[in-house]
Design a binder for this molecule. Structure first.
Ligand SMILES: Cc1ncc(C[n+]2csc(CCOP(=O)(O)OP(=O)(O)O)c2C)c(N)n1
Ligand SMILES: [Mg+2]
Length: 822
């Protein structure tokens, strides 16, 4: 516990200097004769071969893009092809010593890395294992294509399989590694340890940290390599990923076998450019990228610049750095200097660099230079090397023909199966635990102080005499969430939770109080204030096979994790062709009392993104049941909680909140009160003002409202709502989100479509104002109040006899406010 790490003022106030050590720059200088002790002739030739294969693969793509033809095979590929011609030595050197247990992540420019890692895996795997992998991948579909009529060895078949799977993926064919749903910038193949490549620059910067956490927390073998571009050093997720990966606590607070640094290499494939911006000299200030390591931690991230034009220098570096990771002294930063001779994409006119520069690098071409070295050292003569190049050309022609043949390599048939992609958005599984082993905990559940104290709480808001239970004795909404979470920690050994102030503080708003006593550091820890990386690492952890619960303290901070929540978390299941599961629950609390930047309900933003499930319970019973379901599932769930409801007791489920485990399926709204005259559909905390409004409507105007609590936004079963509308003919929708563009508007529209014939009036939305959120003392003018609902019913649905509106809600005000944009 940090409490045991006293910070002594006398110590930290002492004068002194920070001293930086030396960061090696291009220090590799072993002559080839010396390397003969480390590599056989076969090894040397394999390195050359793998570089040639990558070069030919990308040359083929370049020609297809620029001339619509390769060696007489015509094809038009409209999609992207970000080529890395020139960078082959860095890819092959990186992959050479990695095992299939070692995972690589990449960028939009990762074809070379995929092929290098794939070829390395093929070399290392036993033939039987290799064959099983190919046979089991999507029912052996790609294997059948490459195997047909081929008589070579299993390793040769596997080479064809690798090239075909990658190319079919780039061409969006169903036999591709990800069913053609990933494409050029995202292709990957997990059985060979090739994890997602990311079209968002810097996207892998925090996801790969999550993968390294997965390995560390679950005692898995292997390391993680985050291959990433030099220009991504300007991206938030990369800096946040580095901060997350270098936290002191791994070395100071994590215990036993978990103590020590992350098994992770940030490998910057430094080709000196972004698209057209030159990093060294223009868009960045680091001079030599490796310098960054010096500022991060006392180990300077074992940072080093290596010559990525020499495969042997890269292999040497990875071997040394792997040793550092094995000693648990990671992570490591590598600045792998290389150059892309090809343009950013085939349409790039290279107007941002001079011809002399490109020619100078071409002169030092890594493949030619390495070939010369092999020839000079008597390892392989020009005929051997020439044969490798010729064979690569023939092989590529063969693979290209297979990949462009619509009969052999069709696309997903969306004509016949229009919902095929829809069926891949979620995995929809129900899984108790992601792995079968005993969860590590610090004490038996029954001995947990909070679990014990909850035994004495009243699980319904009124006691037997009908008197309201005091807050101190009441089982509250936060307790419901806690019970679901602690239960899962004792069930699923892979479950880990992180976020800001998650540990001793007790988590935001005391939801996690009691967890610190129960869980070792590696299962519950404080993160840096890095909302992007909190989610990004959760994604990496989830996609490797662990279950994770991450917390964003305030909904307003979701903006800080925008890319992770909008672009990464929702997309990888479908983009993988359903190879990946994403058992990631993100808790987001909607604030109050803290003004404009701490009180927004942004549920509509996440509900808009395909691929996320979105939940917003308003009662303790629902909170526990829905959290149980979220944690039982294998899909990403954004779990909204309202800070205004954390201390509420259960008012609706008459037998109170059960002590035992139960699930409430995601997507089922709940009728909280029945009525015949009007339906009120609420999301989140407006359930309670709606109840008050319903009381006014019934007591003063004889209108009985049926109140439905949505509980979930995505998925959502409209049937109970439509049934209610059939009965009442009227519906009002209310939530705390600002009304413009809110999810209520989406629901109102869908209800209109589905129940138009039953409606006596249009669905009416009562949301919050389209303002900044004012101070607590003025909040009643911002969030929907019972009177607003009554006025809206009167003005827009059914005139209430004798009622006089006081809140200014009217059709006219709707017109004016929209005109003014507020
Ligand atoms: C977040 C984001 N911003 C911008 C782009 C457009 N873009 C694609 S590649 C690229 C340059 C990336 O440079 P670097 O990270 O050095 O990788 P390299 O292309 O050199 O391999 C840019 C700006 C993007 N894909 N993602
Ligand atoms: Mg670059």
């Amino acid at each position: 516990m940090p409490r045991i790490q006293n910070i002594n003022p006398a110590e930290v106030r002492k004068p002194g200097f920070i001293e930086f050590g030396k960061i090696p720059v291009n220090q590799y200088n072993k002559p080839i004769d010396e390397e003969k002790n480390n590599f056989t002739n076969e090894d040397f030739i394999r390195i050359y071969h793998d570089m040639v294969i990558i070069r030919e693969f990308e040359t083929m793509l370049n020609l297809i893009k620029t001339t619509n033809e390769y060696r007489g095979v015509p094809y038009n590929h409209p999609g992207p092809a970000h080529l890395s011609i020139g960078q082959e030595a860095s890819a092959v050197g990186m992959a050479y010593n990695l095992d299939t247990d070692d995972f690589i992540f990449g960028s939009h420019r990762s074809h070379g890395e995929i092929l290098a890692k794939g070829l390395s895996a093929i070399h290392k795997l036993e033939e039987n294992t290799l064959y099983e992998v190919m046979k089991n991948y999507f029912g052996g579909a790609a294997l059948k294509v490459v195997e047909k009529g081929f008589t070579g060895s299993i390793k040769e078949v596997a080479k064809h399989f690798l090239l075909y799977g990658a190319l079919a993926e780039i061409f969006a064919r169903e036999n591709g590694f990800n069913k053609g749903l990933g494409g050029s910038m995202h292709a990957f193949f997990t059985p060979f340890g090739i994890y997602p490549n990311n079209a968002i620059v810097g996207g892998s910067g925090d996801i790969s940290v999550g993968a390294a956490l997965y390995k560390k927390i679950n005692g898995k073998p292997g390391i993680v390599v985050c291959n990433i571009g030099d220009a991504s050093m300007g991206c938030g997720p990369v800096w946040e990923g580095i901060a997350f990966a270098t936290m002191d606590q791994y070395k100071t607070l994590w215990e036993g076998e978990y103590k020590g640094g992350l098994p992770l290499i940030f490998n910057f494939m430094n080709n000196l450019y972004g698209m057209g911006g030159q990093t060294m000299g223009e868009t960045m200030g680091y001079g030599i990228l490796a310098r960054i390591g010096a500022g991060v931690n006392p180990e300077m991230m074992h940072s080093e610049r290596i010559d990525g034009y020499n495969p042997l220098a890269v292999i040497d570096a990875f071997q040394r750095k792997k040793e550092i990771l094995r000693e648990k002294k990671g992570p490591v930063l590598l600045d792998t200097l290389t150059y892309r001779i090809s343009g950013h994409s085939p349409s790039d006119a290279s107007s941002y660099r001079s011809r002399e520069e490109v020619e100078a690098w071409q002169k030092e071409d890594s493949i030619i230079a390495f070939g010369d070295k092999l020839a000079g050292a008597g390892i392989a003569g020009s005929s051997v090397l020439g044969q490798i190049r010729d064979e690569a050309g023939e092989l590529m022609t063969h693979i290209l023909k297979l990949a462009v043949n619509d009969e052999v390599s069709p696309r997903l048939n969306l004509q016949k199966y229009p919902d095929a992609i829809g069926g891949m958005m979620f995995s929809n599984q129900s899984v108790d635990k992601m792995e079968n082993r005993t969860p590590e905990v610090l004490l038996p559940l029954e001995e947990n102080p909070r679990v014990k104290s909850l035994k004495n709480k009243e699980r319904f808001y009124k006691d037997k005499e009908g008197k309201p239970v005091s807050k101190a004795r009441l089982f509250q909404l936060r307790d419901g969430i806690f019970e679901a979470i602690i239960d899962r920690f004792y069930k699923d050994p892979t479950l880990a939770a992180w976020g800001e102030e998650n540990r001793d503080w007790g988590g935001a708003f005391a939801v996690y109080r009691g967890l610190t006593e129960a869980l070792p550091y590696h299962r519950l820890f404080n993160s840096p204030i890095s909302e992007g990386a909190i989610v990004g690492t959760a994604i990496g952890y989830g996609m490797c096979g662990g279950r994770v619960l991450a917390e964003i303290m305030y909904c307003d901070f979701l903006g800080r994790s925008g890319d992770e929540v909008f672009n990464q978390l929702p997309k990888w299941q479908a983009m993988s062709g359903n190879i990946i599961k994403m058992p990631v629950v993100i808790r987001v609390s909607v604030g109050s009392k803290y003004g404009a930047q701490h009180s927004q309900d942004w549920s509509s933003l996440v509900a808009h993104i395909p691929g996320l499930k979105v939940v917003f319970p308003a009662t303790p019973y629902d909170a526990k049941g829905l959290m149980n379901s979220a944690l039982q599932g294998t899909d990403p769930v954004i779990f909204f909680e309202s800070q205004r409801l954390y201390d509420t007791g259960e008012m609706f489920h008459l037998t109170g909140v059960p002590e035992e485990y139960y699930e409430i399926p995601l997507g089922e709204p709940d009728i909280k009160r029945t009525g015949d005259d009007l339906t009120i559909l609420t999301i989140g905390a407006t359930l309670y003002p709606a109840i008050k409004a319903a009381d006014i409507l019934s007591n003063d105007y004889g209108i009985n409202a049926e109140i439905i609590d949505a509980r979930t936004l995505v998925p959502f079963n409209y049937e109970p709502v439509i049934e209610s509308v059939k009965k009442t003919g009227r519906i009002l929708l209310s939530s705390d989100a600002s009304s413009r563009g809110s999810f209520l508007k989406e629901m109102a529209h869908t209800i209109t479509e589905l129940a138009f014939d039953y409606l006596d009036a249009p669905p009416v939305v009562v949301g919050s104002r389209n303002w900044i959120i004012p101070a607590h003392e003025m909040e009643d003018y911002f969030f929907p109040q019972p009177e607003w609902i009554v006025d809206a019913v009167h003005e827009k649905i059914i005139p209430l006899k004798g009622h006089v509106s006081k809140t200014g809600i009217s059709a006219l005000s709707t017109l004016i406010l929209n005109r003014e944009g507020v």
